[in-house]
Write a protein that binds this ligand. Structure first.
Ligand code: C2E
Ligand code: MG
Ligand code: MG
Ligand code: MG
Length: 277
């Protein structure tokens, strides 16, 4: 009997492996055509201040494939990074975001609001990122100070001197920087202080766990005071309840993002009634 169930387990495992490898391959091939086939869209999610007023949006990528259906960025971004299609996808995200900023400016609606764009560490590795950003800013006519890049701690695995140099060139253009998902990576604090950041984003994991004497609460409070002492704006992601909102405010957090204030939406009318962009 035992032998028999072993056999079943192994073949089940094999099947699972096979289907996950197949899925990976399918996604990586389909991704090569996602931009040209018009399958990508940007969803915007509001970022608010302590009064609950929207101060900016985060742009979040959405991919709808005709056969695979809606694929989550958590599934396809790592594959796009492994196959380097993240370079063309990243350009597309940046172009769309800058076009939106320029359009809002023309329409005199939302013209005071900025957009935060997630940038993969890989986009820095090519060496031509600054040039690409300059070109996209120029061709779109977007105001650089309305653009913020969200980076992750994985950036610290790159050549740090080179990264700092690229960030400083971009800052000279007017672009600002946020460190996303802070606390989940392996950032050395010594390295962290070298990056010319403007904002620190507390990871959703700590916001999820804000119970009275929880570890999450202790960590959130520590991260918020660290950010404030470095003169950075501190924003929390994944805020879902009034309780979390109040708690984070009491800890000194300045900006907030999460389902409590609005889910990511590809329909900009959700945020701009009566206008289509
Ligand atoms: P992220 O940058 O940390 O984005 C926040 C994620 O949390 C988003 O997931 C958002 O939809 C989700 N979220 C926001 N508020 C809440 C909330 O209150 N509760 C919960 N449970 N979730 C919330 P999403 O859109 O699935 O994106 C996942 C990740 O994919 C992003 O994490 C980011 O790392 C990556 N990503 C998305 N768009 C891009 C992109 O254009 N470029 C790159 N390089 N990465 C991207
Ligand atoms: Mg982000
Ligand atoms: Mg995040
Ligand atoms: Mg996150």
């Amino acid at each position: 009997m035992a032998k028999r169930s072993n056999t079943i387990d192994i073949s089940f495992f094999d099947q699972q492996m096979e289907s996950s490898v197949k899925k990976h391959l399918e996604i990586s091939q389909a991704l090569n055509h996602a931009v040209e086939n018009n399958e990508l869209a940007l969803a915007l999610q509001p970022q608010v201040n302590a009064q609950g007023e929207t101060v900016s949006f985060e742009a979040l990528l959405r991919w709808q494939h005709p056969e695979l259906g809606a694929v989550s960025p958590n599934d396809f971004i790592p594959i796009a990074e492994a196959t380097e299609s993240i370079i063309s996808i990243g350009d597309w995200v940046l172009e769309k975001s800058c076009q939106m900023l320029a359009h809002w400016n023309e329409e005199k609606a939302f013209e005071h609001l900025g957009i935060s764009v997630n940038v993969s560490s890989l986009q820095f590795r090519r060496g031509d990122f600054v040039e690409r950003v300059k070109n996209i800013l120029n061709s779109s006519g977007a105001t650089p100070s309305k653009l913020r890049f969200e980076l992750t701690e994985s950036l610290l695995a790159e050549d740090i001197d080179d990264v700092v140099e690229q960030m400083e060139s971009l800052r000279k253009l007017g672009v600002s920087f946020s460190l996303d998902d802070f606390g989940t990576g392996y950032a050395s604090l010594a390295y962290l202080t070298r990056l010319p950041l403007n904002e620190l984003k507390v990871d959703r994991a700590f916001v999820n766990d804000l119970g009275r004497h929880s570890k999450g609460a202790l960590l959130a409070e520590t991260i918020i005071s660290l950010g404030r002492s470095m003169n950075l704006t501190v924003i929390a992601e994944g805020v879902e309840t009034e309780q979390q909102f109040k708690r984070l405010q009491n800890m000194g957090c300045q900006h907030f993002q999460g389902y409590l204030f609005g889910k990511p939406s590809t329909n900009v009318k959700d945020y701009l009634p009566g206008k289509s962009l």
